[in-house]
Write a protein that binds this ligand. Structure first.
Ligand SMILES: [Zn+2]
Length: 223
């Protein structure tokens, strides 16, 4: 039984603002890069690819959990998207972006260039700005947030595109890795000290590999 990821509690919503609770974590973030964590929202569980973000509310909730949106922004985005064409358009764009990012991550993990499709997809989202900055209260402090001049289906996805752009501009694409688990499709950016990370997490594929090695030591093949 695949342990990763945790149960998708806030999936789907039927014509109402869903029960997304700020601060409640239902997803795992283990990739060290927002865009790879986004790709990882489509894991294979028990041999079947599962979409952990099947609705626009799920995408908004995920962005909130990732820290890419503040609680107020999450609430506003949920209200704006709930049951409306804008939400459906955003969901289509999110899934399209995720597909392109996955293809790019696979190329990078195989030692190839990111490919034109990834760069075009990132540029398409980045072009959804311009934005203006606005001062808003957050707790007992004020922070400046960027808000689009004209909200579009793409603007919520800008932090994800920014993350991919950062990696290609400043990061080391050779450190994009795919988990070594035989059935695992999760990616991560390997920032371990010796760049020796092999697993999505030790409580999933790493733990299974360790248990397998232990079993093989106890039960060496005959002959
Ligand atoms: Zn794994």
């Amino acid at each position: 039984m695949v342990k990763f990821p945790t149960s998708p509690v806030n999936c789907g919503f039927a014509g109402r603002v869903p029960g997304y609770i700020p601060g409640m974590t239902t997803h795992r973030f283990l990739a060290n890069q927002l865009w790879l964590d986004f790709v990882n929202t489509e894991p294979v569980m028990d041999g079947v690819r599962v979409d952990l973000l099947p609705g626009s509310a799920d995408v908004v909730g995920w962005l909130g959990e990732a820290g890419a949106l503040g609680a107020d922004e999450v609430r506003r985005a949920l209200t704006r998207a709930a049951g409306r064409p804008a939400g459906e358009a955003m969901l289509r764009e999110a899934h399209r972006l995720r597909g392109r990012l996955r293809a790019g991550a696979e190329r990078l993990a195989a030692g190839r260039s990111p490919g034109r499709a990834l760069v075009d997809a990132v540029n398409r989202v980045l072009a959804s700005r311009p934005a203006v900055s606005r001062l808003v209260a957050r707790g007992d402090r004020y922070v400046r947030v960027m808000e689009p001049v004209r909200p579009s289906a793409l603007h919520l996805l800008v932090p994800i595109a920014e993350s991919a752009a950062w990696l290609l501009e400043h990061g080391d694409p050779a450190l994009v890795r795919r988990c070594g688990g035989p059935d695992c499709v999760l990616f991560f950016y390997d920032i371990s000290k010796n760049h020796s990370r092999r697993w999505c997490s030790m409580d999933a594929c790493g733990g299974r590999a360790k248990a397998g090695a232990y079993y093989r030591r106890l039960h060496p093949p005959a002959g």
